[in-house]
Design a protein around this ligand. Structure first.
Ligand code: F6P
Length: 382
């Protein structure tokens, strides 16, 4: 951006005719930022924190790319001024837009060819000093590849699934758990009134974090997660046992990635040109059919779906997003790249991108929340 085109709120501290002005501006940072993969509550809060912090503390100029890496390939940008990011910490979605298909190493709009050199050239032609990527495992894998090509990248861990390696929590997870818990609480009262078995299918891909936390928070009777493959007989036995004890209803929280011991995963569809082609879904209806002959109560299913990703972030997610964003801004200023910011043991730190790329963090079988659920008698379908 030319100095004379500075956003209105930007303090003009220098006389443009003074050579010091030019010299000083040459030292300013120019930083690109994008939101990649599926959207997630907290993206706007992070964008606001990164931008405000870099502009106010380091006088940086920020360029946002539209629709994730697609904006870097198709050269679509938005200037992110203080005014553009003002007051967006409570807004769902992302003001930049996103895409979970645009991979520069295999670009779906150009016969899956590698356009990463174009992206590198574009990055240099914009005069960028750094690129901040808000994304999940797919985006961090792309970020790692672009870092190896010479782009100064820093990642911020986004996903409702909470499955990114190297961080105890991602932003968006707390909101998804809170939405899923509210849904399970509501299901509880109607299950109880009608003496039914109600099955609620939750997101999370190959990890059971959302289902475990929402299942425990809502007191679900049976929790099925990918980390513990279930068998139908055990679920039937638990429903019958509850009926015998006079508790004539059962709430089952099932993760979309839960595996039956014999059948494995239920795949809804495969999207050929996506970097992550498998879309899960359908396990609740599958379970309903399999349980039907074994139990007397009527069975109903609910698939919560994208509601878990939409709307305003919880206060905890807004705070986490703000700290992640400002911490990332400090690292950009210190020129610390090739890493993702992370939360480990309540401390903010970094992890190299190559330790995040191509990995999934699932629930460890000795996780305290899992053990607590087992201790209070929750069934995991085994
Ligand atoms: O990764 C977030 C997530 O919502 C997963 O929980 C879910 O499996 C997937 O994205 C759904 O993807 P899409 O938005 O392409 O349907």
């Amino acid at each position: 951006m030319h100095p004379l085109q500075l956003p209105l709120e930007y303090p003009i501290l220098f006389n443009p005719l003074n050579s010091l002005f030019v010299h000083h501006f040459a030292l300013f940072m120019k930083v690109g930022i994008l939101t990649g993969g599926g959207d997630c509550p907290g993206l706007n809060a992070v964008l606001r924190a990164v931008c405000k912090s870099l502009i106010l503390q380091h006088k940086a100029e920020i360029i946002g790319f539209e629709d994730g890496f697609e904006g870097m390939i198709e050269q679509r940008t938005i200037p992110l001024t203080l005014r553009a990011v003002a007051g967006i910490q409570d807004e769902g979605g992302t003001i930049l837009g996103t895409s979970n298909k645009a991979n520069p190493f295999k670009y779906f709009r150009r016969n899956n060819t590698d356009v990463s050199d174009e992206v590198l050239n574009y990055y240099h032609s914009l005069g960028l000093d750094a690129l901040v990527v808000l994304g999940g495992d797919g985006s961090m894998t792309i970020a790692e590849g672009l870092y190896r090509k010479g782009i100064q990248i820093l990642g911020i861990p986004k996903t409702i699934d909470n499955d990114l390696m190297g961080t105890d929590q991602t932003f968006g997870f707390d909101t998804a758990v809170s939405i899923a818990t509210e849904a399970l609480d509501r299901i509880h009262t109607t299950a109880q009134s009608h003496h039914r078995v109600l099955i609620v299918e939750l997101m999370g891909r190959y990890a059971g974090w959302i289902t475990l936390y929402a299942g425990v928070a809502s007191g679900s009777d049976i929790i099925l997660i990918p980390e513990i493959p279930y068998n139908i007989e055990s679920i039937v036995a638990r429903c019958r046992e509850r009926e015998r004890d006079g508790r004539r209803f059962t709430v089952i929280a099932v993760a979309e990635g839960a595996l039956e011991q014999e059948k494995g995963l239920i795949i809804r569809e495969t999207i050929a040109d996506s970097p992550d082609p498998i879309r899960l879904g359908g396990v609740a209806n599958y379970l309903a059919v399999r349980l039907k002959d074994g139990i007397e109560s009527e069975i109903r299913t609910t698939i919560l779906g994208h509601i878990q990703r939409g709307g305003t972030p919880t206060p905890a997610d807004r705070v986490l997003s703000t700290v992640f964003g400002t911490y990332a801004a400090e690292l950009v200023a210190k020129k610390q790249f090739g890493v993702m910011v992370a939360l480990q043991n309540n401390d903010f730190t970094t992890i190299p991108l190559d330790q995040v790329a191509h990995k999934t963090r699932t629930v460890p079988l000795n996780h305290p929340v899992l053990r607590a659920a087992q201790a209070i008698g929750t069934s995991f379908g085994v």
